[in-house]
Ligand binder design. Structure first.
Ligand SMILES: [Zn+2]
Length: 258
């Protein structure tokens, strides 16, 4: 009986973890790409602060906390809901924080070394790695009415899932690459001018890009069984967003630590 209860709890926790976050691989790819674009000085300092995980692995920390009720207040940090045709400046922001306001605040706290959102510098970096990833997933700048695609039931190669999860994990996992293989793959073609252009944009620009991309995520029929064709159609977008997230994360960390 106890075993059943524990396994039920585990299923519940895993289900909770799946909401609102690139999957584990996606966050690691963002950390991997960022590591390639850090200056030597920033890399040394960042990796001194990170005692628990490497930059690649630290992005998963925010999702580990989701199973802990003490951290439930952070749930709204992973996303922002903006209706079609509106901008962030047009909405009343969530008073509990959203992915835009929290990233902006984390940057301030990392610059001033005064930590209010989270307990210390290490936690702030780990949160930044995670949330810069999240804001680049188009459905993290989602519509409130379907919870960023979480309420859109679809099949993925015949298995029941939802649209948000397809974008967090399924398209990435379908490639059957490790995060390092993924990281090398997406990092290989990034040009200097792209790094410069991507790093000169703002957090709100990143959210706007995701909002602009999200409509295309819905281009399938109701009760669709999504497969190779859907994956193939959107793979380039997934790759681009992981590249941009990694490069921009490095830009932020360079600006703070170099
Ligand atoms: Zn997340």
């Amino acid at each position: 009986m106890k075993l059943i209860r524990i396994s039920t709890l585990l299923v519940f926790l895993c289900a909770a973890v799946q909401l609102w976050a690139w999957g584990q691989t996606g966050h690691r790819v963002v950390g991997y790409v960022a590591q390639q674009h850090l200056s030597a000085k920033a890399s040394k300092q960042v990796n001194q602060v990170l005692t628990k995980f490497s930059l690649e692995m630290s992005g998963n920390y925010m999702d580990f906390l989701r199973s802990d009720t003490n951290y439930r207040f952070m749930n709204s940090w992973h996303y922002v809901s903006i209706p079609d045709g509106m901008r962030y400046e047009d909405i009343i922001p969530n008073p509990k924080g959203d992915v835009i306001s929290i990233i902006e605040q984390l940057i301030v706290e990392l610059r001033t070394k005064k930590f209010k959102l989270v307990k210390d510098e290490e936690f702030a970096i780990m949160a930044l790695v995670h949330l810069v990833g999240d804001i680049h997933q188009p459905l993290h700048v989602g519509l409130a009415e379907d919870k960023g695609g979480n309420d859109i039931k679809v099949k993925w190669f015949g298995e029941a899932t939802n649209l948000h999860h397809v974008w967090d994990s399924e398209i990435i996992d379908n490639e059957q690459l490790s995060y390092e293989e993924w990281g090398k793959h997406v990092n290989r073609n990034i040009e200097k001018w792209q790094v410069k252009a991507w790093q000169s944009s703002t957090v709100r620009d990143w959210a706007q890009e995701s909002q602009d991309l999200r409509k295309a995520c819905y281009d399938f029929d109701e009760n669709a069984n999504l497969k190779y064709e859907y994956s193939f159609r959107h793979l380039k977008t997934v790759e681009l967003r992981l590249e941009q997230a990694g490069v921009r994360l490095a830009g932020l960390l360079n600006s703070i630590y170099d």
